[in-house]
Write a protein that binds this ligand. Structure first.
Ligand SMILES: [Fe+2]
Length: 499
């Protein structure tokens, strides 16, 4: 078994490692996503408009679903696969930025996933706004050599152009929705429609050509809609679409209640994780109740709830009436990295630091961001923390056991100050002081520069092995280095008994 980040700093991708061969998979020209670019910010405005003027997602989704039903999609939206009792699948979250970190995941994924029956992309398939022409470099090309079907659920970014491209690619080439009647002037809906971002004319012209990259019969998949379930072997996998704002419309909520009644053990896949960053976010359903109410109901037999949206890995084993449900965040499949060192000491629903797992380790996350800030602010000597310094200061501030044994190092005032400025979590009860923006730093500040597009990337994906007796989850790392590319290390593993 290769070293993981829990074993050594080299296992995390630090040191003078040789980069992997993933660049060979990339197109010669990659347009970097830059959120400093006002055009980009303006294009991605629909989430803000939905929160100001009312969220039209539920209605649009319902129209898509009706269109699919009229085209012959199964009414219960269940895909029935002829899987054996034992099979495996992949879950990859928040993939579609189309640059180095996304492609760096691919070799390990092809290796660790070579015998899997299918893959599921868990939200944000295409950044920044889910355009059809972006599917070439951000979906078809990276996964061209994955020889099995890929299903997907949309994230907020896929909704920024009303899901049109997602529906074309994943739902049997669904044609555009017919235009709706114009809203009455001077209403909220009218204002919203005036400002609403829509796909550019001619978007999707390159789609037919891009599709050839994944044209083998074994790679084809057709979904009944943006939310769906798969019956495979002994389990049912239920995948929901939480739209622009991370909620469920009433119609989808009714469907979720219905498909949850099936007696098989279930795994939920969602674009809005239910436990994340040490907090509980049960995900409201329009008209009442939450997604987690349905997950916790013992009659529904959910054993795991896996969510994208946050670009790292986290696992919370939550005890619910004598059972344990594994709540997983799995959004580290390609896009920029969300920090883990800002997660405070975990104490939620009886899950403590002893049971909580994350990747990257908080120390590695802090060391990563210290380098990033040092480089961008041209204050390397001040900001840069070694992996050992970062690991040690995290353990001190959070009062937790270090993720891996730090080498001999002294925690200085500078180390503590940098940890504080970069938003390191605190023990419960202590207030954070001023901190630099860390959470969305790539998108908001540093994305345009290519210097951050070198390893270690701290990306990951999930392999799920199903048998009649158990479901095993394994989080594999992708650092971007050759050592981990050839032999991807397992950062976390848990087996859930089914009987
Ligand atoms: Fe995302």
């Amino acid at each position: 078994m290769p070293d993981s980040s829990r074993d050594t700093a080299e296992g995390a991708g630090w040191g003078s490692a040789e980069p992997g061969a993933y660049r060979r998979l990339m197109p010669t020209e990659v347009q970097k996503i830059s959120w400093l670019d006002p055009r980009m910010l303006w294009a991605a405005r629909n989430g803000v408009l939905a929160s100001w003027f009312g969220d039209p997602t539920g209605r649009t989704r319902s129209r898509w679903v009706a269109q699919r039903a009229a085209a012959g999609a199964p009414a219960d939206k269940v895909i029935r696969r002829a899987e054996a009792d034992r099979f495996s699948f992949l879950v990859i979250g928040d993939t579609g930025e189309g640059d180095e970190p996304q492609y760096a995941v691919v070799p390990g994924l092809l290796k660790a996933g070579r015998d899997t029956s299918f893959a599921v992309l868990a939200s944000d398939v295409i950044y920044p706004v889910g355009s059809a022409d972006d599917y070439d470099g951000k979906f078809f090309r990276p996964y061209r050599d994955y020889r099995a079907p890929i299903y997907a659920i949309p994230g907020n970014h896929d909704w920024y152009e009303d899901l049109g491209a997602f529906m074309r690619v994943f739902c049997g080439d669904a044609p555009p929705l017919p235009p709706e009647a114009k809203p009455r002037p001077l209403t909220r809906a009218w204002l919203r429609s005036l400002l609403w971002h829509r796909p550019r004319d001619g978007d999707g012209g390159r789609l037919a050509e891009a599709r050839r990259l994944r044209s083998e019969p074994a790679q084809q998949a057709v979904q009944p809609g943006p939310y769906w379930a798969v019956d495979a072997g002994p389990v049912r996998i239920v995948a929901i679409d939480t739209g622009l704002l991370g909620t469920l419309d009433a119609e989808q909520g009714a469907w979720l209640r219905e498909v949850s009644l099936d007696p098989r053990p279930k795994i939920l896949i969602t674009g809005s994780p239910l436990y994340v960053d040490g907090e509980y976010r049960p995900c409201a359903i329009e008209g009442g109740g939450t997604v987690d109410d349905l997950v916790r109901d013992p009659a529904h037999r959910y054993v795991a709830a896996i969510g994208g949206d946050i670009h790292n890995y986290q696992r919370y084993p939550v005890r619910v009436e004598g059972r344990t449900i594994q709540y997983v965040v799995c959004g580290g499949g390609g896009a920029f990295m969300h920090a883990t060192h800002t997660i405070p000491r975990v104490d939620v629903a009886d899950v403590t630091e002893d049971d909580f797992r994350c990747y990257p380790l908080r120390g590695d996350s802090l060391a990563f961001y210290s380098r990033l800030y040092g480089r961008r602010l041209r204050l390397r000597r001040f900001f840069t923390l070694t992996e050992d310094e970062a690991t040690a200061v995290i353990a001190e501030r959070l009062g937790i056991r270090p993720g891996r044994a730090p080498g001999a190092t002294r925690i200085t005032r500078r180390t503590r100050l940098v940890a504080s400025l970069l938003g390191t979590g605190r023990r419960p009860g202590r207030k954070a002081r001023f901190r630099l923006p860390v959470r969305k730093i790539y998108t908001q500040l540093f994305s345009p520069s290519s210097a951050t597009y070198s390893p270690p990337f701290f990306k990951c994906f999930l392999r799920v092995d199903v048998s009649p007796e158990a479901v095993r989850l394994r989080c594999y790392a992708a650092t971007g280095n050759r050592a981990q590319e050839v032999d991807p290390p397992v950062e976390d593993e848990v087996t859930i008994p089914l009987v």
